[in-house]
Write a protein that binds this ligand. Structure first.
Ligand code: NAD
Ligand code: MG
Length: 286
């Protein structure tokens, strides 16, 4: 790898796996230190097998939470690795494979999470999909639209609706948005529009659920080194990934997870609802 390259050239097929990534992302395995900010809480992290979801699962577990992970069946290997870290922190981990584009599966994941953990206090809507190997709006197929909108929006509605049947006062929902909601890339036209919708929904849901004592927020990451990137971006985007940020580099999943801990914990965010927290390496989120 030459010095001006952010990452070595590499490509994967969706959904992408951690093992194939060079270098291996940092999910906080050796660095995250918890302080009981989520003691006794029960959390569902969709897409919790890899990337930002794995870092969130590790951080939540070290803060004292039991964690359920949802993921695609072909991601079993990644999910088991994440579960080992959660259990290694002394917490319970429920593994819930299934394709969230299917309504019954999506609702079932939330119900099973609550069943297996004995309740549900925190929902992290983190599963997401993009495809950036296209040049123009003319290349966006109905198949593309179905995959992006079902994964990023329909599933988020279904999982949230089902999760709310189990959540009481003190419940927390955190959606994974993106810098793409604010500075959309032309190659991510459809994906970026789902992230703008997620921001809108976050604010609106916070208004509806406030009176029930349930807080709703979003995190908007900038470029983060996860399997999603080599699986959906062309090679030339990977080699320069993140270099266009003010900090001049991509972020690691471990650098995003603390924002989720902050928003999830009543110790730090009891009066924070209806907001989107940017973790972007310096790109503006307004
Ligand atoms: P990732 O590939 O590690 O995680 C995405 C996960 O989504 C996958 O592991 C998979 O389990 C899940 N998923 C996708 N389609 C699914 C489906 N049909 N059914 C069930 N699960 C499905 O990548 P990541 O970057 O950690 O992505 C997590 C979230 O972060 C996504 O919502 C993504 O849009 C968002 N995000 C990522 C970046 C980035 O640069 N990596 C930037 C902004 C936002
Ligand atoms: Mg994955």
């Amino acid at each position: 790898m030459s010095q001006d390259q952010a990452f070595p050239p590499q490509q994967q097929n969706p959904p992408g796996t951690t093992d194939q990534m060079i270098p291996t992302p940092d999910h906080g395995e050796t660095s995250y230190v918890g302080s009981e900010k989520l003691l006794g809480r029960k959390a569902l992290v969709t897409g919790g097998d890899s990337g930002i979801g794995r870092a969130v699962a590790i951080a939540f577990a070290r803060e004292g939470a039991d964690v359920a992970l949802s993921y695609l069946p072909e991601e079993e290997h990644d999910a088991r690795a994440t579960a080992e870290w959660v259990r290694g922190a002394g917490r319970q981990c429920a593994l819930l494979p299934g394709d969230l584009r299917d309504e019954a599966t999506a609702r079932g994941v939330a119900h099973r999470a609550a069943g297996e953990l004995g309740g549900l206090d925190v929902l992290v809507n983190n599963a997401g999909y993009q495809m950036a190997r296209r040049e123009s709006v003319a290349d966006v197929t109905t198949e593309d639209l179905d995959r992006v909108f079902k994964t990023n929006l329909y599933a988020l509605f279904w999982v949230t609706q089902a999760a709310l049947e189990h959540m009481g006062e003190g419940g927390v929902i955190i959606n994974n948005s993106s810098i793409q909601a604010y500075q959309p890339s032309t190659s991510l036209l459809d994906y970026a529009s789902t992230k703008a919708a997620i921001n809108n929904l976050t604010v609106n849901l916070a208004a509806e659920l406030g009176p029930r004592g349930i807080r709703v927020n979003a995190v908007a990451p900038g470029p983060i080194w996860t399997p999603l990137q080599p699986a959906t971006q062309p090679e030339e985007k990977i080699t320069s990934f993140g270099t266009d940020t003010p900090l001049g580099r991509a972020g690691q999943p471990a650098e995003v997870a603390p924002a989720f801990v902050f928003l999830a914990s009543p110790a730090t965010a009891s009066y924070v609802s209806g907001t989107v927290l940017g973790v972007t390496g310096g790109k503006p989120v307004f």
